[in-house]
Design a protein around this ligand. Structure first.
Ligand code: DQA
Length: 147
């Protein structure tokens, strides 16, 4: 089972970016944690980060056929991007939405997610652990050894 872990804008700055909000782990740390945890679930993890909406959309399109599911932290595009929502709806792949912070406990503009209606579910507020919970959720959804 191959899974894409996709991170959006500004998440390349994890570790130094507002550590009070997002924690001190870096994106390479998060990606390594995902690879290790994925392996224990029988998953092969591919990681990609981009600050560009179109690159994220292309990655979602390309995931169809090559990946069984996507873990997505779309960053601020979560709250703005109809195009990302449409891309997810178009590929018919299970997507688990992840946020390090609890977006519902923050500013009102972060409460709205364009990803949530087309996602399998949302995990928010558990820091980097959220990515591992998302892999668990995908594993349960896909069934062990399938996909
Ligand atoms: C985030 C929450 C978003 O509101 C914010 O724009 C981010 C990170 C999170 O992981 O908590 O860039 O997706």
């Amino acid at each position: 089972t191959s899974i894409l872990v996709l991170n959006g804008p500004n998440l390349n700055l994890l570790g130094t970016r507002q550590p009070d909000v997002y924690g001190s782990v870096t994106l390479p740390d998060v990606e390594e944690m995902c690879e290790t945890h994925g392996k224990s679930l029988g998953m092969k993890i591919s990681c990609l980060q981009s600050n560009h909406e179109g690159v994220l959309i292309d990655a979602i399109h390309a995931a169809k056929g090559s990946h069984a599911g996507i873990v997505l932290n779309a960053g601020a595009f979560t709250h703005t991007s109809v195009a990302l929502m449409d891309a997810i709806a178009s590929v018919e792949l299970p997507v688990v939405e992840v946020h390090l912070s609890n977006i519902h406990a923050r500013e009102a503009f972060r409460h709205k997610s364009f990803i949530a209606p087309v996602a399998l579910g949302q995990i928010a507020g558990f820091g980097a652990t959220g990515y591992l919970l998302a892999l668990d959720a995908l594993s349960a959804h896909l069934g062990r050894g399938r996909g």
